[in-house]
Design a protein around this ligand. Structure first.
Ligand SMILES: [Zn+2]
Length: 190
């Protein structure tokens, strides 16, 4: 597995996870949440961005790396509590979740009563600064509004995906989603 294959892997309902992180390569991006893990390079980038904004007490991780069994459990629980429409909108099919790569993170404002499936990460203040700087640190907002017909996931203002630089900046500046970017990459390569 090379850098490109791992960090740029497209995971969506048509493209199951191909490359899993090595267990030894998982680490916690936020010191106060040692059980929420990401792939090492992604975790370091998130940690650096939170440190730059002095935001460890304001922006907190809600969900990071998930095993296949964990993704299945979240799917099953959400199905029974919220039904199929909601589940299909916000929970990826087990085997097809970016969280299984260790490259995705759900973030929330550090407030009481955080919703595990749809956490609240606002657009103003330090949260807006985080959003503005995220691409510089290799992160994209993976499920933006207006691209649901491509991503097949509802808008998720809390879900960030690490793909590294300069890819994250190019995608963000051009208003693309990863599906579109990878299609262009393939065309350029052929
Ligand atoms: Zn997520």
């Amino acid at each position: 597995m090379n850098y490109r294959e791992f960090y740029l892997q497209l995971v969506d309902p048509q493209n199951p996870v191909r490359f899993l992180p090595d267990g030894r390569d998982l680490t916690a991006p936020h010191p106060d949440y040692p059980d929420i893990l990401m792939e090492r390079r992604a975790a370091a980038a998130l940690r650096a961005l939170l440190a730059r904004l002095d935001a460890f007490d304001k922006i907190i991780p809600v969900s990071g790396f998930r095993s296949q069994a964990e993704q299945q459990a979240i799917w099953d629980e959400t199905m029974s509590s919220h039904g199929p429409d909601y589940t299909k909108s916000y929970v990826a099919i087990p085997g097809c979740s970016e969280h299984q790569t260790g490259l995705a993170i759900d973030l929330a404002a550090n407030r009481p009563d955080i919703d595990f499936i749809c956490p609240d990460l606002p657009y103003d203040g330090v949260y807006g600064e985080f959003r503005r700087l995220a691409p510089e640190y290799g992160f994209i907002l993976r499920y933006p509004r207006g691209k649901e017909h491509i991503t097949q996931i509802s808008e998720e203002p809390w879900h960030f995906r690490y793909i590294g630089t300069p890819h994250a900046q190019i995608i963000t500046e051009n208003g693309l989603v990863l599906e579109e970017y990878m299609q262009e990459e393939e065309q350029n390569a052929s």
